[in-house]
Design a protein around this ligand. Structure first.
Ligand SMILES: [Zn+2]
Length: 302
């Protein structure tokens, strides 16, 4: 198998789904990822496709793509059954990504002769080997095609948690996944920070925010959220969700509009920051691309 672009492979599937269900298919529901995994792989690889999708207790593992012992290979996707529906869809899509992009490694690279076993960080953030990033990109592209997402939330519009929650429902994914995907294409300046007990687990900025120096970076210490931030303060859940204007100096040397999602459904807080206006002059930062991954790695150790 020659190396394939995760985006191109996912977009090919999206084209098939558009033909079958119409360009407005998301009006009627998210991608049925189980059906795609079982039926599409049978179409493209009749002798060696995904035959089963199985939920189980998978300690330390969010999902796996597992080959059978016989050749031609028979394949199964496994997922940790503790996940809610949105996380599960993303996990199955991630494993389908390994099948579409990497399955030949099972017979070529001894590291993979037991298949692909993916941690939560790999599935959610593409952390680890490059193939994890690729499977993550495949999953995001398949479940949240940008042409549809741009129609739903135009590129130049800021989106609050209620709009991003609607996107999460539209695509059948978690609020986190929908927010991360939006940050990939929006031309507005925005940033999301995930935290527990006032300490950041990871943060991600939109391109325009990055280029104007609006990103969080950690070196050796965990990043502690500002004392005035909603995640740390005692504002009610509704007030936090609605958001407040923060003065220059709280987060960055410019005012920000801050919203925070704190619910029992999530084991962490998500903070969304909106910055006004377009990006100021580009500030060169050689390593800002790495700050996202670096950041949450640090968090994962905590
Ligand atoms: Zn993986």
């Amino acid at each position: 198998m020659t190396p394939k672009s995760p985006r191109a492979v996912a977009n090919n599937i999206s084209l098939v789904l558009n033909t079958m269900f119409g360009n407005d298919r998301f009006e009627r529901g998210p991608v049925n990822v189980d059906e795609v995994a079982l039926e599409y792989t049978k179409q493209i690889s009749p002798s060696s496709h995904i035959e089963q999708i199985v939920g189980d207790d998978l300690p330390g593992c969010e999902g796996a793509l597992v080959p059978g012992d016989t050749t031609p290979r028979r394949w199964a996707i496994m997922y940790d059954k503790k996940q809610n529906a949105g996380r599960r869809a993303y996990t199955v899509a991630h494993e389908l990504g390994h099948f579409m992009l990497h399955r030949d490694l099972v017979d070529k690279d001894p590291d993979f002769d037991g298949g692909f076993h993916c941690t939560k960080e790999a599935v959610e953030h593409g952390a680890g080997r490059n193939i994890e990033k690729e499977a993550n990109e495949f999953a995001a592209t398949l479940l949240m095609p940008l042409d549809d997402y741009r129609r739903f939330i135009p590129s130049d519009q800021l989106a609050d948690f209620s709009r991003l929650g609607e996107a999460a429902a539209r695509y059948g994914v978690s609020l986190t996944a929908a927010t991360l995907r939006w940050l990939e294409y929006t031309t507005s300046r925005a940033m999301v920070v995930a935290s527990v007990d006032g300490f950041a687990l990871w943060a991600k900025s939109s391109d325009a925010a990055l280029k104007s120096g609006r990103f969080l970076r950690t070196k050796s210490d965990l990043f502690e959220l500002p004392a005035a931030s909603l995640a740390v303060s005692k504002l009610s859940r509704d007030e936090s969700l609605e958001g407040i204007q923060q003065k220059a100096g709280v987060w960055f040397p410019e005012p920000t509009f801050e919203m925070c999602m704190r619910t029992d459904r999530y084991d962490f807080e998500l903070t969304l920051l909106h910055f006004e206006g377009k990006a100021p002059a580009y500030q060169a930062e050689d390593d800002f691309q790495d700050s996202y991954t670096q950041f949450f790695r640090l968090g994962a150790r905590a």
